[in-house]
Design a protein around this ligand. Structure first.
Ligand code: FRU
Length: 441
């Protein structure tokens, strides 16, 4: 991979503490720098001025005190009075029992992180599956959401408030519908002051305490309104998937200095065996983050598009206009841009000798994405109802694909593994006035 964030060694998972701070983007992340498993967690850090050229800063927050000794788990950050405040979950395991503490760290320079004394202990109505604090500024105070599980083993999102960012008061359950056993990585933000989007990762998994890799969990969102007076989230509609691909989890958003709401996910939702046999292990590392995406609303619907900065990666362009064709890629790093006038007819795309296939079936209004699974060596498919297909932007980085459909109406993110020399592309169904642009990266 060349333009995605991935670790130089070990295992990377959730994006953490995403922030624009004193002239730089800070993307922290869950990291096991010692091994390619989930037995150790700290926060690693990448920084950038443009979200294209990244510097790997290595370790940022370590599990080096009693309250986080079994893992510095996920969390967020915000800036206040020129200081960065970071919120994370300290994970502690004693005699097989879990304890969680929401911890605070501060930094003036983005390089030295001071752990503060004050911590949040889990309120009595929840189990110790209490983690992933996300903080934002409200009208009169600061708010924090924490992923939770009630004593009845139901998923919930806990709401806290604070006036000084150091002392927090538990308020109530913000939201608890359709959240299965537990909810990881909640996030709440407003778009245009109009609609609030609640992100959550409902987790369906057996009662095995130290398995954080349950694959039936998924990343979802729900639109609605957060009422700061009643301290409740009033949903409009129900939970929807945030991404329709195979590999997307634990997304986090932040607002940058350009006023954009940017979202980044962990580009993995691999099962244990997929992770164990993942081909990148031969290079000593596992997993990566997605491209940063801008989230907006279009006709009341959430829209996700890659940050415009990725256009800087384009090197050479080729244009295809015949109804079907075949061409060779220069490498596995590229962008394809499809635009069509006749949006209701079928369209087919076969990438890298059929390692990934994208099909649009106009009569059924279905878009499908197929890849070859590296464990079973069999094809597997994800589908989404899509009313028409007018546009697609496809980003491949050797072993990942992110497919943005109809100007970001839906996205499919996935890993795929194929031989380097598999570079052929075939397509069919480009009707009159349609075009397919190929940008080599
Ligand atoms: C989500 C998650 C979080 C937790 C972190 C641990 O992938 O399980 O809930 O904080 O990963 O690495």
């Amino acid at each position: 991979m060349t333009y995605h964030i991935e670790p130089d060694r070990g295992l990377m998972n959730d994006p953490n503490g995403l922030i624009w701070f004193k002239g730089k983007y800070y993307f922290f992340h869950q990291w096991n720098r010692f091994d390619m498993n989930h037995h150790y967690k700290e926060w690693g850090l990448f920084t950038s001025t443009n979200m294209i050229d990244w510097t790997n800063q290595g370790s940022a927050i370590l599990p080096d005190r009693k309250l986080d000794r079994n893992g510095v788990y996920s969390g967020s950050s915000i800036e206040h009075n020129g200081e960065m405040y970071l919120f994370y979950t300290g994970n502690v395991k004693k005699n097989g029992e879990r304890k969680s503490y929401q911890c605070i760290s501060t930094s003036k320079n983005g390089r030295t992180f001071i752990k503060e004394e004050s911590v949040i202990e889990t309120p009595a109505e929840f189990t110790e599956h209490h983690r992933d604090p996300k903080v934002w500024r409200g009208e009169n105070n600061w708010w924090m959401v924490v992923g939770a599980q009630t004593k009845e083993r139901k998923g919930a999102i806990a709401l806290y408030s604070s006036c000084d960012l150091l002392h927090w008061k538990y308020e109530n359950i913000l939201y608890d519908q359709q959240l299965d056993n537990m909810c990881e990585c909640p996030d709440l933000f407003s778009i245009n002051g109009e609609t609030d989007i609640l992100l959550c990762c409902p987790q369906v998994r057996p009662e095995i305490d130290d398995d954080l890799t349950g694959v039936s969990s998924y990343a979802a969102f729900i639109s609605g309104k957060f009422d700061e007076k009643t301290k409740k989230f009033l949903p409009k509609g129900s939970l929807e998937l945030l991404d329709y691909g195979f590999d997307f989890y634990a997304p986090q958003s932040f607002s940058d200095h350009k006023g954009r709401r940017i979202l980044v996910g962990w580009m993995s939702r691999m099962s244990e065996i997929e992770e164990y046999l993942c081909p990148t292990k031969q290079y000593g590392y596992l997993h990566c983050l997605t491209l940063p995406r801008v989230v907006t609303l279009k006709n009341g619907k959430i829209q996700q598009l890659p940050i415009e900065e990725v256009k800087q990666l384009r090197k050479r362009k080729q244009k295809f206009t015949s109804s079907q064709g075949r061409f060779e890629l220069e490498s596995g790093r590229f962008e394809l841009e499809l635009s069509r006038k006749d949006c209701s007819s079928d369209f087919h795309l076969f990438l890298r000798d059929c390692s990934v296939e994208i099909h649009y079936y106009g009569k059924k209004n279905v878009l499908s994405v197929t890849r070859v699974n590296w464990v079973a060596n069999k094809k597997e498919t994800k589908v989404k109802q899509v009313q028409s297909l007018s546009q697609m932007s496809i980003f491949s980085d050797n072993s990942s694909i992110e497919i943005f459909v109809n100007d970001g109406e839906c996205v499919f993110s996935l890993r795929y593994f194929t031989e380097e020399e598999n570079l052929s592309v075939k397509y069919a169904g480009l009707q009159q006035e349609g075009e397919l642009l190929y940008f080599a990266f």
